[in-house]
Every structure is written in structure tokens, then in C-alpha cells.
Design a binder for this molecule. Structure first.
Ligand SMILES: *Cc1c(COP(=O)(O)O)cnc(C)c1O
Length: 444
């Protein structure tokens, strides 16, 4: 698309900073009160509830085939933990106090695939499997779904294939669950995808197609190939309602975890959530789910790499998926492979726009330093992408003063809670974890 860069510079004060790939903090001028935002929404609480119920139906199957989930009865969920030492270390480094408590949502430690994609990706495959099985009268929703762990069902699903385009983690999730059910799975991996992720999938008999281009191209080609095969179901990360809803289920679970920790969220106890964003489905779905529950008392911020600020570009300009970072001269090259996306999901951008508080960007060097700091202070290892959220409270304190005062939050910050979403990393091989840490050390 032909983009008039001069016009964008003139119209949007932060545009220069954006294309200079400097870190920035943007508040969303199109955010609305919850009650008006929800009226426009194509999705509702009912949709999220149905997704949650579907995951409950599958829980006996999940518990059986992934024994690591048995202690949670087949519910794929991650811990929510306080990280006071990290908080203290951030406060010292940035010479700034972070009002309120700092917690980490450890999606890095989600069972089965060790990233946030174990929510949306697995959900969409399960939904597809359920639909096929019900359509062919092999299953009813009253059944115990552990019957799916049988040669009969695997033979049935082996007549079908599933395809997906990915920077790595979505492919991992879909490949692992798809292969477990018996589907033929093809993952179209962008150039950013890490070798170990491809190797792991190949060991599970997943077809891995490698691209030298970025994520958007891997998705586009995957979509085209899938269209030619009527037995192939394409998981469309750029447009999927089901992925979005699978992510959104996180919110009802989080509500319970907050209650268990006796953490209040109400008008005087605001909740701030910081979510690393690639194409948008993960943070969009979770953010949407959280808004349904906590409404105007939750404030959701997305975090993107300075070299891949696709959602920010789409929302700032209102052009959504009609613009890519490459269109404005940004290279989309980042070590945060899970976030290396040049063009955002139009569906997610439009759906989340009235709910979202803002987006900030963070550079790779920062991600590595934060990675090291989290290991040093809390002994938690994550992958670089997953660290993008953790600087959020500092950014909000620094650059978010206007947002805080506009929403009358300046005095309430100290009673509030910050949750940073740690989106991946537990499956990273030890050797690579060491390299990541070393990189953080070299930069310090
Ligand atoms: C995919 C991913 C995200 C972001 O999710 P999107 O749906 O692409 O926006 C964040 N962190 C990690 C580690 C991921 O793999």
C-alpha cells in the first residue's frame, strides 16, 4: 500500500519517534468507557463462557494425554506470583517507585507448550476436533472426552489436516495438540522461528515448512495451500475468533487467582495489566476477557518491540491491517521472535480498540537486561518476547502521568496491582537459556 509518511508525521505527534524505533508510550485516544465499548463489540461474555465450558469438556482428555496437567484436572493454567525482589530491583534501577503490588502471570510455565499459545492455539484445535467428531456422530457433549485418546479417534482425525503460520510458539502449540489427537499438522514457520522449535515439532511428526520471509508471508502461503485442500483446516492467527476466545478464558481464571491472593480490584484498587503483543490475538483476547470482568477498573497496555510495533501503527493511524511496519521503513527485525510481526490482525485491532488503554514499545537490549534481572531476582527464566510486559509499570509511572490523572488514578496507584504477562520460555532448552542470560549480562 502507498503510505504518505509525511502526512502521518504531521498528523501523529509520536510518529517520528515510532519510525526512529525509539521506545515510546502511547495512550489510546479511542478508548471508551466499558459500557459503550461493549455495545460495539462483535464478541460477548457468552462467547467467552462457551469457550470456557468447552475447555472443561476436554479436561478429562487433556489430563489423560498430558499427565503434567493431571494435578489441575486437565485445566491448562499457569501460576500468578508476586515478584517483590524484581519490583525492588526495577525501582532501584529506574530510581522510581512503583506504586502498588507487582505480580507475574507465568504463561511461560503453561503446561504442554510453555507459552501463552497453549491457550488460544490449543483451544482452537480442540474446538475443531469436537466439531468434526460431533458432525460424524462419534461424540456428544455429554460424553467423557477421554475417549478421544483411542486408536479409533486417532484414525478418524488422521483423515484431516490442520495448517498454521507461526513465528514459533503458535506452531508448537498447534503441532503438539494436533499431532496428539491424530491430525496431520503442517506448520509454516517464519524466518524468526527458532531451530529448536522446528526440531521439536519434527520429532512429533509435524510437517514443518520453513520460510525466509517474515510471519505475514508464512501465514499467507499457509492459507493459500490450505485452501486447496478441503480436508485441511487453517488456523488463521490474523483473523481468528476462536483463538481470541481461547485466550479470553484466562480472565475468569485470573479472577479466581486474585481472589485466592486476597487482592481486590475495584474503583479504589485499580488493576494494570501489561501484555506482550505480536499479531494481537493473545493480548487482545486476554485484555478483552479482563475488561468483561473488571470493566473500567482494569487498564490494559500492550507491549511491542521497537522494531515490530505493528499494533501500535495500526491503531495510531486507524489503518489496522492496511498498514505494515515495513510500509513506514521499520525492519521488523527483533530477537523477540514471538512478537516479530509486521502487520497486525485487523479483527483484533478493531475489536480491542475501544477497550485498550495504550501501547508502549521496548528495545531488544532492554528485553535481555530484564531477562537477566528476572533470573537474578526471582529465579524465573523466560524468553526475550516474554519480558516486554515487565517494564510496563515503570513506563506507566514515567510516561503515563497524563493517563493516570485523566482517569483519576494518581492517588490510587499505591492501592493498585500490576500484572505483567510472562508469555513464554519454559520450553527453551537449557543451553539457549544460558545464552540469553549471557546476553543480558554482556549488556549490563
Ligand atoms: C505469540 C506470542 C505473544 C503475542 O501473542 P500474539 O497473539 O501474537 O499477539 C507474546 N509472547 C510470546 C512469547 C508469544 O509467543
Amino acid at each position: 500500500m502507498n503510505i504518505d509518511i509525511e502526512a502521518l508525521k504531521a498528523q501523529y505527534p509520536l510518529f517520528n519517534q515510532l519510525i526512529s524505533m525509539d521506545e515510546l508510550f502511547w495512550t489510546n485516544p479511542n478508548q471508551e468507557k466499558f459500557y459503550t465499548a461493549i455495545e460495539k463489540s462483535p464478541l460477548t461474555y457468552e462467547d467467552v463462557k462457551q469457550a470456557e465450558e468447552r475447555l472443561v469438556r476436554f479436561a478429562p482428555y487433556i489430563a489423560k494425554v498430558f499427565p503434567e496437567t493431571a494435578k489441575m484436572n486437565g485445566i491448562i493454567e499457569s501460576p500468578l506470583v508476586k515478584i517483590p525482589s524484581m519490583k525492588q530491583s526495577l525501582e532501584q534501577d529506574y530510581r522510581q517507585s512503583i506504586g502498588g503490588e507487582l505480580l507475574l502471570k507465568c504463561d511461560s510455565h503453561l503446561p504442554i507448550s510453555g507459552s501463552i499459545k497453549a491457550r488460544g492455539g490449543i483451544y482452537e484445535v480442540l474446538k475443531h476436533a469436537e466439531e468434526l467428531a460431533i458432525q460424524h456422530q462419534l461424540l456428544t457433549i455429554q460424553d467423557d472426552y477421554s475417549v478421544l485418546d483411542s486408536d479409533r479417534f486417532r484414525a478418524f482425525f488422521s483423515q484431516y489436516s490442520i495448517a498454521v503460520g507461526s513465528t514459533g510458539n503458535l506452531g508448537l502449540s498447534i503441532g503438539i495438540i494436533g499431532a496428539k489427537l491424530g491430525f496431520n499438522v503442517t506448520v509454516h514457520m517464519s524466518a524468526d522461528a527458532k531451530q529448536w522449535k522446528k526440531d521439536l515439532l519434527r520429532r512429533k511428526n509435524v510437517n514443518v515448512v520453513e520460510y525466509e520471509a517474515d510471519y505475514s508471508k508464512a501465514v499467507e502461503d499457509g492459507r493459500k495451500l490450505a485452501e486447496q485442500d478441503p480436508t485441511c483446516y487453517f488456523i488463521d492467527d490474523e483473523n481468528s475468533r476462536d483463538l481470541f476466545l481461547g485466550y479470553a478464558v484466562a480472565a475468569t481464571r485470573l479472577k479466581k487467582q486474585l481472589a485466592e491472593l486476597a487482592i481486590k480490584v475495584d474503583e479504589n484498587h485499580p488493576l494494570f495489566v501489561y501484555l506482550p503483543c505480536g499479531v494481537g490475538g493473545g493480548p487482545g483476547g486476554i485484555g478483552f476477557g479482563l475488561k468483561l470482568i473488571f470493566q473500567d477498573n482494569v487498564h490494559c497496555f500492550f507491549a511491542e518491540p521497537t522494531h515490530s510495533p505493528c499494533m501500535l501503527l495500526g491503531l495510531m493511524t486507524g489503518l489496522h491491517n492496511q498498514i505494515s511496519v515495513q510500509d513506514v521503513g521499520i525492519d521488523n527485525i527483533t530477537d523477540a521472535d514471538g512478537l516479530a510481526v509486521g502487520r497486525p490482525s485487523g479483527f483484533v485491532g478493531k475489536t480491542i480498540e475501544p477497550f485498550l488503554s495504550g501501547i508502549y514499545t521496548v528495545n531488544d537490549e532492554h528485553l535481555y537486561k530484564l531477562l537477566k534481572k528476572l533470573v537474578d531476582t526471582e529465579s524465573i527464566h523466560m524468553e526475550p518476547s516474554a519480558l516486554a510486559g515487565i517494564i510496563g509499570p515503570v513506563k506507566l509511572g514515567n510516561d503515563g502521568a497524563e493517563y493516570l490523572s485523566k482517569h483519576r488514578l494518581s492517588d490510587k496507584l499505591k492501592n493498585g496491582t500490576h500484572i505483567v504477562w510472562g508469555t513464554g520460555g519454559n520450553m527453551v532448552p537449557e543451553e539457549i537459556k544460558k545464552q540469553y542470560y549471557q546476553k543480558g549480562l554482556d549488556l549490563t
